[in-house]
Design a protein around this ligand. Sequence first.
Ligand code: ATP
Length: 375
Amino acid sequence: MTTITLRNLRKEFDDVVAVNGLDLTVRDGEFLVVVGPSGCGKSTTLRLLAGLETATDGEIRMDDRDVTGTEPKDRNVAMVFQNYALYPHMTGRRNVTFGMNAGGSFTDEEINRRVAEAAETLDITDLLDRKPQAMSGGERQRVALGRAIVRDPDAFLMDEPLSNLDAKLRIQMRAELTQLHAELGTTTVYVTHDQTEAMTLGERVVVMDDGRIQQVDPPQSLYDFPANRFVAEFIGDPAMNMIDVAVEEGVAVHDAFRIPLPAGNAADETGSGSETESLADPDAGDRSHAVLGVRPEDLHLARERPDLGETEFDATVDVTEPLGDSLLVHCSVGDATFKMSAEPRSSLDPGGTVSVTYDSERLHLFEPETGEAFY
Ligand code: ATP
């Protein structure tokens, strides 16, 4: 069991700053997911943890050990890659055990016992005598996981391991990875660009952009209390609506509506519900303008949610998209457009006017310049 600590970790490639000063603790036994758009630095971070890249600055500790400058083989971590990285000419068994008896760290008996255990855990016993070309993508990734777990590493480092699988298999393997983690309890850092994967797998999720950590929190806290506009728009599908408003005495004002904001502010809530530092800034400057954020699923047809009371405004229906379990309604109000989730068989005509309601507890306000949440 291992705690991994990153202090001001930095990696530059010539003039590209891939990782720009990360401070992070991966807790003992935690399943931590790092998510972000392409190029944000997540793979580089994982490769720094594995020792496959050398840090430009900063420190990596595993428990009490400073491993920043150590070789990959001296870190006792196991990496699982997107492309499985199996040797095509070797059987499943040889792929799983490759290199294990070098250096005499394991006896043959120990290796056989570990392979049998891993094969049972991963249900790959039948694959041990096959070569990779006779395995499906999902089977190959199971064998690659087998290779990681037989070594009983201090940590698993996984780089988009499910990306090459079809959608159905990905969902199945997601559940299997969660179960595997529950059984083994090994500290795991898992990199993905897929926010659904991040939300379903992570005990905590690190959202990265542009080489920096934007927020670290459990999935539901990220969704409910995004620290800034980037996180708010990255987490959630369809994305959160963003509308420029003026803020006048606790009311979000737009040409076409006035939305009273509830008392208190989100900075108080992030203080209690989030692990990211409170964004409340008592010295913040002009807050007469803001970006109002509201998720499509937090907007409703007033006729479908009479319980939400008098929080209503009128909008025009532009387009409707049936999603099966809901109807996504594209609306406009004045010069602003937004999406709203309605009951699946709500009949709505494009061009018609609808009365829209919302739960005022689920509104967000962001600074127009910095994008930081302040409400
Ligand atoms: P993706 O999801 O596309 O793999 P990522 O978030 O994992 O993206 P990284 O692969 O960590 O991003 O790359 C971060 C930045 O560093 C990018 O701008 C990338 O072009 C750059 N980079 C990564 N590796 C190298 C390298 N070996 N040489 C030069 N630049 C690199």
